[in-house]
Design a protein around this ligand. Structure first.
Ligand code: PEP
Length: 239
């Protein structure tokens, strides 16, 4: 059985004051029955290790271990700062930084090499869904972004329809079920956790977690405040 994960992506939000939210999450869930992961901005990672029973992740890493890459952070640096996970291929990276599948695969391999678990993000745009090509897009992204060395230990897949991220729009449970079943069939290691991401909040989490092959969520906006994220963790514990 894949393990269950409630993951939060703080994106470019948060200063030292935000670490109180992390502590509040850890205090509310001192011994969670699911894995709780927060990906704060890289500037907060080292300090965030004091928060307690919460796993930490980077939001991106460079494909190389070191060198002349101003402004970038390597997977090794993230691990050194206290991360055990790293997001790769988030749609905002794919769009804002023109990251293609080959880049995402290289970054995911770099995460593996540093001992991190890569949370590899995939998902279709609204135009692709409306054109009826969602499953083809997902297949292409899986083939291109997920290294052949992926296992249930070093990889998590997050299905995040681009049109659902930060918009309040959520696919139907049938649409989520169709894509997650497709991903599950495609992956060689059937225990790789599959997260859904895109406008997950306390009010829709239980319904989403009841969908077959959904092993948790990657949450943006609703992970920034403990009072919003905590009920999502509880919903996954109860799923
Ligand atoms: C995300 O950032 O991966 C995400 C799913 O954001 P939101 O929950 O805000 O839609």
């Amino acid at each position: 059985m894949p393990r269950k994960i409630a993951a939060g992506n703080w994106k470019m939000n948060g200063t030292r004051a935000s670490l109180a939210e992390l502590s509040a999450i850890a205090t509310a869930h001192p011994a969670p029955s699911v894995e709780v992961l927060i990906c704060p901005p890289a500037t907060l990672l080292a300090r965030a290790t004091d928060a307690g029973a919460v796993a930490l992740g980077g939001q991106d890493c460079h494909a190389k271990t070191s060198g002349a890459h101003t402004g970038d952070v390597s997977a090794e640096m993230l691990a050194d700062a206290g991360a055990s996970y790293c997001l790769t291929g988030h749609s905002e990276r794919r769009t804002d930084h023109a990251e293609d599948d080959a880049t995402v695969a290289a970054k995911s391999q770099a995460a593996y090499d540093a001992g991190l678990t890569a949370v590899i993000c995939i998902g279709e745009t609204l135009a692709e869904r409306e054109a009826g090509t969602t499953l083809d897009i997902i297949t292409g992204q899986l083939n291109g972004s997920v290294p052949l060395t992926a296992t249930a230990t070093n990889t998590v897949i997050a299905y995040e329809p681009v049109w659902a991220i930060g918009t309040g729009l959520v696919p139907t449970t049938d649409q989520i079920a169709e894509v997650h079943a497709h991903i599950r069939t495609h992956l060689a290691d059937k225990d790789i956790p599959l997260l859904y991401g895109g406008s997950v909040k306390a009010s829709n989490a239980a319904e989403i977690f009841a969908v077959p092959n959904v092993d948790g969520a990657l949450v943006g906006g609703a992970s920034l405040k403990a009072e919003d994220f905590s009920p999502i963790i509880t919903a996954l514990e109860n799923a």
